[in-house]
Design a protein around this ligand. Structure first.
Ligand code: ADP
Length: 505
């Protein structure tokens, strides 16, 4: 029996391949960035051909580094940047247009239109999502309407849609020569096109965007012993490996953090933040600005749902301090600069650079630094930036409490910003609950590996996976209730100052 599971993590800035052993330990990895194509303000694209080339390269290099071959891998999982939308020709294999990335806002008028008649509410009810530029449906519509020849090719079944999971899997299984066209419910639940209860594409939702059903991939479980397919021997693995797991990146991180019970939550701190709360087999419809999403569906078991709070700007606000303000030379320096002062000195920074995502969903908001007095320094601004990461997470936790009645007893964290000890201490202080970080920080790739390995019996149960989770570090709240209440009141006030700033079409 092969000893390892591989995971492809096709992310927003880079693609990585990781190999894990039975204990969930990392054996090897390789990672390559790809170009961010920015043709106009608000437009963000990726070149799908480049992404497939990078995927091939990271697989080959990681296997070489570890001196392993395809026969050492029992299965392969895929995790991916969600929502990013591609349409390609299944006969030629050629994309009709670059992939339109989740951050791209070119579909703002399509999204706004949905809320002018009753369609927005249908989308909320059936798909669990508020109409927004973020999701795939509007992006597919844009391609159908703006790229020549796509509409006819979609009607005839030649033009097909996929998120990055689907594109990578189609290529791994042979592409134009028998490539398999599938996705999983976690990715499909980010399109505004899938009914959360049936886990199938919904004709009424498709009609809102004018999307022919024929162009959509088949929705298969996130982990399946029936396999989506096997890799081709003329591909980067040079042999057949079972493809048995697909999870969107944030759901993968939730699985990697072994949040398998209702009430368990993880928060990933990267460019933005994504907090997911497992709500079990119960579909909780948010009244507080969260998304209802599929957390995972393993084999023929009932789907498990999650409430999600997506925050657009967290770690990228630290990058902004570095690149635009120039007050730090690297992200890590945000910690030492912020540590020069004992508190925020009355300063709040709401980094609503492109509006506010959860729980506000206000595209008319823009960033603001408020509460400044002559006394304040760079250090206060740095501290306010780190606090903003934590206060935005608190907003989401409050919304989750309202929607689900669940009060967290611990928050599991991962992602680049968790390297910042001061920020994690602030998070515990601001939330009033302990914050806990695992030893294996690459929870996204690990979650995809878990989904793939569970399917083929490499791991036999989620209980076995739980035993792989080990705590690296824990931060406990040090603030008293009064500090917490006063601090949060200041934040809420600061948020109101950012609203209603720009006119939305
Ligand atoms: P992504 O997967 O979204 O690209 P990562 O998990 O790699 O993100 O995290 C990168 C983000 O983390 C960047 O926005 C960076 O500014 C931030 N970051 C990295 N190290 C630190 C640190 N020590 N303190 C604060 N922010 C950090």
């Amino acid at each position: 029996m092969a000893d390892f599971v591989g995971a492809i993590d096709q992310g927003t800035t880079s693609t990585r391949f990781m190999i894990f052993d039975h204990g969930g330990n990392e054996v090897a990895r390789h990672q390559l960035e790809h170009e961010q194509v920015l043709p106009r303000a608000g437009w963000v694209e990726h070149n799908p051909t480049e992404i497939w080339e990078r995927t091939r390269a990271v697989i080959e290099t990681a296997l070489n580094k570890a001196n392993l071959g395809h026969s050492d891998l029992v299965a392969l999982g895929i995790t991916n940047q969600r929502e990013t939308t591609l349409v390609w020709n299944r006969v030629t294999g050629r994309p009709y247009y670059n992939a339109i990335v989740w951050q791209d806002t070119r579909t703002d008028s399509i999204a706004a239109e949905l809320d002018r008649d009753g369609r927005g509410d249908v989308i909320r009810r059936k798909a669990g999502l508020p109409p927004a530029t973020y999701f795939s449906g509007g992006k597919i519509q844009w391609i159908l309407e703006n790229v020549e020849g796509v509409r006819e090719a979609a009607e005839s079944g030649e033009a097909v849609f996929g998120n990055m999971d689907t594109w990578v899997l189609w290529n791994l299984t042979g592409g134009t020569d028998g490539g398999v066209h599938v996705t999983d419910p976690t990715n499909a639940s980010r399109t505004m096109l899938m009914d959360l209860e049936t886990l199938d594409w919904d004709d009424e939702l498709l009609s809102f965007f004018g999307i022919p059903r024929r162009m959509l991939p088949e929705i298969r479980p996130s982990s399946t012993s029936e396999l989506y397919g096997v890799t081709r021997s003329d591909g980067p693995l040079r042999g057949e490996v079972a493809l048995s797991g697909i999870l969107g990146d944030q759901q993968a991180a939730t699985v990697g953090q072994v949040c398998f019970s209702p009430g368990e939550a993880k928060n990933t701190y990267g460019t933005g933040n994504f907090l997911l709360l497992n709500t079990g087999t119960e579909l909780v419809r948010s009244k507080s600005g969260l998304l209802t999403t599929v957390c995972y569906k393993f084999g023929d078991q009932a789907p498990v749902y999650a409430l999600e709070g997506s925050i657009a700007v967290t770690g990228s606000a630290v990058q902004w301090l570095r690149d635009q303000l120039g007050i730090i030379s690297g992200a890590a320096q945000s910690e030492s600069l912020a540590a020069q002062v004992a508190d925020n000195g009355g300063v709040y920074f709401v980094p609503a650079f492109s509006g506010l995502f959860a729980p506000y969903w206000r595209s008319d908001a823009r960033g603001a630094i408020v509460g400044l007095s002559r006394f304040n320094t760079n250090a206060h601004v740095a501290r306010a930036t780190l606090e903003a990461i934590c206060y935005q997470s608190r907003d989401v936790v409050e919304a989750m409490r309202e929607d689900s009645g669940v009060a967290l007893d611990v928050l599991r964290v991962d992602g680049g910003v968790t390297a910042n000890e001061l920020c994690m201490q602030m998070q515990a202080d601001i939330l009033g609950v302990p914050v806990s970080k695992p030893v294996v920080a690459e929870t996204t790739a690990l979650g995809a590996a878990y989904a793939a390995g569970l399917a083929v019996g490499f791991w036999t149960s989620t209980d076995e996976l739980r035993r792989n989770w080990n705590e690296d570090k824990r931060w406990s709240p040090a603030w008293n209730d009064e500090q917490r209440t006063t601090g949060y009141a200041g934040w809420k006030k600061a948020v109101t100052r950012t609203l209603d700033w720009v006119d939305v079409p």
